[in-house]
Design a protein around this ligand. Structure first.
Ligand SMILES: Nc1ncnc2c1ncn2[C@@H]1O[C@H](COP(=O)(O)OP(=O)(O)OP(=O)(O)O)[C@@H](O)[C@H]1O
Ligand SMILES: [Mg+2]
Length: 327
């Protein structure tokens, strides 16, 4: 029979809708039974786990009743290994995952896991992808908080909606992404509509500080310089994203092209890659792959990739004088 600790942990994780802990506890029960020599039972438990993993649904569907339409649940299928960022940033993301996985241990010493994270950087460098990575690595759902539904011009309404958001954050464990956070995080002293915006930001500061939940709150912005200074100390970590360097670009292209990559050395393309974001490079690789499939070669050579990268430059910088063109 499972030990008392295992049974308690199964019950606790079930009622907290904590899939990751429930899975760990179930596997521990299977391992325990195997050690007792009950190998048929151990195998039966493992089969049950495998089967439910395939049909994985959250233990509770918390947003069945998101009657205010303030969130959007997003599919998460990214792994940490797919995210191409400098080592230091990767280590800091690892730390968020490790602290979450061992939050009970920290709590026994009166400490909380880091769970309020600010992501800053240019478009297409992996901020939204990071939220997806964290949610999928921790086996918890990812919710996009719809800022345009929260920030309204009616006095007091935005703060009320923000309260509803934080009620959900408390009731339903998940990763909550406040994208384009400058919509509410812009400096309190800044111009337009000052009164209402100041109230919204003040409410956010208050709610985030008092939030007792285990949920992970992620705010993302392209414009960190716009953010109010008071915000920074409310976050447990501030992570900065930037355009990929040459080594990161190489990994990105290799990962994106996979089996379609030709043998030629892609470093020759580096001059025309600078100033492109991760997202733009990935899109150019996808375009090249599609072309390779349609022309029947199933191979992306340098010329093809170069063409698609040039197209990306033209799409994103139509008026720029493309000096990086290869000869
Ligand atoms: N660091 C990265 N490593 C690997 N792929 C990336 C990275 N950054 C972006 N991508 C690719 O580009 C896509 C879009 O990136 P993402 O949405 O995360 O950018 P973002 O920083 O949130 O941009 P925005 O500021 O416009 O919201 C990702 O789904 C992924 O395919
Ligand atoms: Mg984004």
């Amino acid at each position: 029979m499972a030990t008392a600790i295992q049974i308690k942990s199964l019950i606790k994780s079930h009622y907290e809708a904590d899939n990751a802990s429930f899975l760990t506890a179930s596997l521990q029960v299977a391992a325990h039974e195997a050690r007792q020599g009950h190998s048929a039972l151990a195998q039966e438990i493992r089969t049950l786990i495998d089967r439910s993993k395939k049909e994985a649904k959250p233990l509770i569907n918390p947003f069945a009743a998101d009657e205010n339409g303030l969130f959007l649940e997003i599919d998460t299928n990214h792994r940490l290994s797919e995210l191409i960022v400098p080592v230091d940033l990767k280590n800091r993301l690892q730390r968020i995952l490790i602290e979450y996985r061992q939050k009970d241990k920290l709590e026994r010493h009166g400490l909380r896991h880091r769970r309020r994270i600010l992501l800053a950087g240019p478009p297409g460098t992996g901020k939204t992808m990071t939220a997806s990575v964290i949610a999928s690595e921790l086996h918890i759902p990812l919710y996009l908080v719809l800022m345009e539904r929260i920030v309204t011009k009616y006095m007091g309404e935005s703060s009320t909606k923000l309260r509803m958001v934080f009620d959900k954050i408390r009731e339903n464990r998940g990763v909550y992404l406040f994208d384009e956070f400058d919509a509410i995080g812009a400096e309190r002293s800044m111009g337009n509509d000052v009164g209402e915006m100041r109230r919204v930001l003040n409410s956010f500061l208050q709610f985030v500080e008092q939030d007792p939940s285990d949920s992970i709150i992620i705010a993302a912005t392209n414009n960190i310089s716009l953010l109010d200074q008071a915000l920074f100390r409310r976050f447990d970590d501030v992570l900065y994203y930037q355009f990929p360097d040459e080594i990161e670009t190489k990994y990105l292209i290799e990962n994106s092209l996979g089996n379609f990559r030709g043998k030629q050395d892609i470093t020759i393309l580096f001059p025309m890659l600078s100033g492109l974001s991760h997202a733009e490079i990935v899109l150019a690789c996808i375009d090249a792959k599609k072309e390779a499939i349609l022309n029947g070669t199933n191979l992306v050579n340098i010329k093809l990739l170069e063409k698609m990268l040039k197209d990306r430059h033209t799409i994103f910088r139509p008026h720029s004088n493309n000096k990086t063109e290869l000869r």
